[in-house]
Design a protein around this ligand. Sequence first.
Ligand code: ZN
Length: 155
Amino acid sequence: MQVESLYQEIILDHYKRPHGRGLREPFNTEVHHVNPTCGDEITLRVLISGFGDDMVVEDVSYESQGCSISQASASVMFDLVAGETVDDALRAQEEFLHVMHSRGEAEPDEEILGDAVAFQGVAKYPARVKCALLGWMALKDAVAQAATAHEEDLD
Ligand code: ZN
């Protein structure tokens, strides 16, 4: 099987059977992000526990609507960050951002990105990059807000 079609298969699979979908309680922060160029929307919640280096993303829950790329990307993201430390989640976010801004030139780190390497081909289409990044940008925003709020709670 060609790599390109394998990647399309992965994206289609996550689109048809999204992982971790649905808004859950409890949560620290909820954000709503939109990608106006395509009409994609996501509402995303995060639950953080622990502090400092041990701060963990206990859960990421979301409702999304829009194109298959934006929805599949949110599902892949859930697999990569739920249950991981905040540091690891943000490292994955940065690596994904790097790959998506590379116009298809970057060699994605499969150790870090897992199924998200399937979006490498999408990076060649500037119009679709924002679709793939929507969930990840919402995650970064929500985690930053949750981490701040969480640390204030501890004081
Ligand atoms: Zn889209």
